[in-house]
Design a protein around this ligand. Structure first.
Ligand code: NAD
Length: 244
């Protein structure tokens, strides 16, 4: 028996980085995984794995979520696990941040997970059970040079807390992880990459970056029945960075 045996799990941003690591791990632990992503090419690759289906979803679309959830429910009958993981980043200096940057980051990183909780939460209520895990960021906890990104991830932290209180009575647990810098395609896009990464590694007590599988392992626990009384929980996965 796997740790997620026979669970139906939706993972947003499931076509890359941490989401892809979760898709692989969850399927190995017995779940049927629906990887939801806007990147259709990567979805096709991820869906080559056994027990992983790729379905296109733009997490910022209310209508898109309604159609997506209907498709999954029609096919599988329920959603046991939702991982709100899709996100984008930006590290522009303060004086260069535009309203457009601000809006886009909040739309994807904060409104997207909110919509997921709204739509999937309704189905979980009908089933009388469910587990939701959100991927926030260490930048929501400490000061960093990622202004609108940090704000969007702090917003997600508050959304998750509110949802834990509202959905807890329905036997739905809502928890959040706060990864540090993890080696995924997302950070490869950050400017002055090598220099920035060297600085971050030196500033991290464990003197290395995190790997997507290390985040996936923690999320697997929170999504599983092993975490049956953990609701509104917050888990930092950053090699000790935020503890300083
Ligand atoms: P990634 O870029 O490898 O994966 C993110 C995925 O989200 C991509 O597949 C992308 O297509 C998808 N996505 C983006 N916009 C979308 C949309 N509108 N609808 C659906 N899917 C969309 O990045 P990652 O590092 O694996 O990031 C996963 C999550 O972890 C993100 O929320 C990110 O902010 C967060 N995070 C990352 C780090 C890090 O250092 N990599 C640290 C802390 C938190």
């Amino acid at each position: 028996m796997g740790r997620l045996q026979d669970k139906i799990a939706v993972i947003t941003g499931g076509a890359s980085g941490m989401g892809a690591a979760m898709a692989k791990l969850f399927a190995k632990e017995g779940a049927t995984v629906i990887a939801a992503d806007i990147n259709e090419d990567n979805l096709k690759k991820i869906a080559e794995q056994e027990n992983v289906e790729g379905l296109r979803l733009d997490v910022t679309s209310d209508e898109g979520w309604a159609d997506f959830v209907k498709t999954v429910i029609d096919k599988y009958g329920r959603i046991d696990i939702l991982i709100n993981n899709a996100g984008i980043t930006s590290n522009k200096p303060l004086d260069q941040i535009t309203e457009q940057d601000w809006t886009l980051l909040h739309k994807i990183n904060s409104f997207g997970p909110f919509l997921g909780i709204k739509h999937v939460g309704e189905e979980m209520k009908k089933a009388g059970k469910g587990a939701i895990v959100n991927t926030s960021s260490y930048t929501a906890i400490i000061g960093s040079g990622f202004n609108p990104y940090s704000a969007s991830k702090g917003s997600l932290r508050a959304i998750a807390k509110a949802a834990a209180v509202e959905l807890g009575p329905h036997n739905i647990r809502v928890n959040t992880v706060f990864p540090g810098v993890i080696e995924t395609p997302m950070i490869a896009g950050i400017g002055e990459y090598k220099e920035a990464m060297d600085r971050l590694i030196q500033a991290t007590p464990m003197k290395r970056l995190g790997q997507p599988e290390e985040v996936a392992n923690a999320i697997l626990f929170l999504a599983s029945d092993e975490a049956s009384y953990i609701n509104g929980g917050e888990l930092v996965i950053d090699g000790g960075y935020a503890a300083q």
